[in-house]
Design a protein around this ligand. Structure first.
Ligand SMILES: [Zn+2]
Length: 267
């Protein structure tokens, strides 16, 4: 395994600068990715130790394969409940980074989180305003009406299952390769991004579209970008502040600094 580049942890001064921008912002949002899940013990797909690095990339036309034979795709999906991908997803718990973002939301400093993660951990941490752009592994989605169901709300005796509301074909909510991002989530994310004047980019190199596009759009409209990442990434050069370190370590520091700063500003 190649040795990762050494990282230095964000200084107090850098965290203070980020907190200042956050408190000044009118409408801050966050964009989160795999790095946050890794800190909760979920293996990433890409990079060293990644599941795809180990087992190879899944087919790029996964959605078309599903549509061609949904019964077979469902059987395969159900047989994988305890494999290396799904077992860690089911046992993972939110880390201090997830809780820090929900705290910022409760403080009125963060208005929306766009996540590329399917692990449900932002919800479990109490995040309310959330767009799961790649879906949620705990949900099943109707391809016709778009309604989401919990797994235990769907009868899986006969495969493929059909929507209890409209009889449409059901699929896991996680977005497959070749599958369009559900328009309801995409529209919701786009609406928040168009209002945003600051984005906290956490645990993602922001190279996967369309998520990355939201951060870049905000920057192009004169907004600020704060990056929280272990390593320098392609978005680093666009960022106003780059906080090196894991989200689980750095985001709680940002919350603390923002709370203190806001308190000082209000009094
Ligand atoms: Zn339906």
């Amino acid at each position: 395994m190649p040795r990762e580049k050494e990282t230095t942890v964000a200084t107090d001064q850098e965290v203070e600068r980020a907190a200042e921008l956050l408190v000044e912002a009118e409408y801050a949002i966050a964009l989160t990715g795999a790095g946050m899940s890794v800190e909760s013990g979920i293996p990433p797909f890409r990079g060293p130790g990644g599941l795809w690095t180990k087992y190879g990339e899944p087919p790029m036309n996964g959605f078309q394969i599903f549509l061609a034979d949904p019964k077979k795709a469902w059987e395969e999906r159900l047989s994988r409940q305890d494999d290396e991908l799904f077992a860690p997803l089911r046992t993972a718990k939110p880390n201090p980074g997830h809780f820090a973002l929900s705290e910022l939301e409760a403080m009125g400093l963060l208005h929306f989180v766009i996540t590329q993660n399917v692990d449900d951990l932002h919800r479990q941490a109490g995040q309310v305003a959330l767009g799961e752009i790649h879906g949620n592994f705990k949900l099943i989605r109707c391809l016709e009406c778009g309604e989401r169901f919990k797994w235990d709300e769907v009868i899986l005796e006969e495969l493929p299952p059909h929507c209890p509301r409209c009889r449409g074909l059901l699929k896991s909510d996680t977005v497959s390769f070749g599958e369009p991002i559900p328009t309801d989530v995409l529209d919701q994310c786009a609406a928040h991004a168009s209002r945003a004047d600051l984005v906290i980019v956490a645990g993602t190199s922001a190279t996967v579209y369309p998520a990355a596009g939201f951060a870049i759009e905000v920057k192009e409209h004169g907004g600020k970008l704060i990056e929280v990442n272990l390593y320098e990434s392609e978005i680093t050069q666009l960022c106003d502040v780059s906080l090196r370190g894991g989200a689980a370590v750095v985001l709680p520091r940002l919350v603390k600094a923002a709370a203190k700063r806001r308190h000082t500003t209000l009094s």
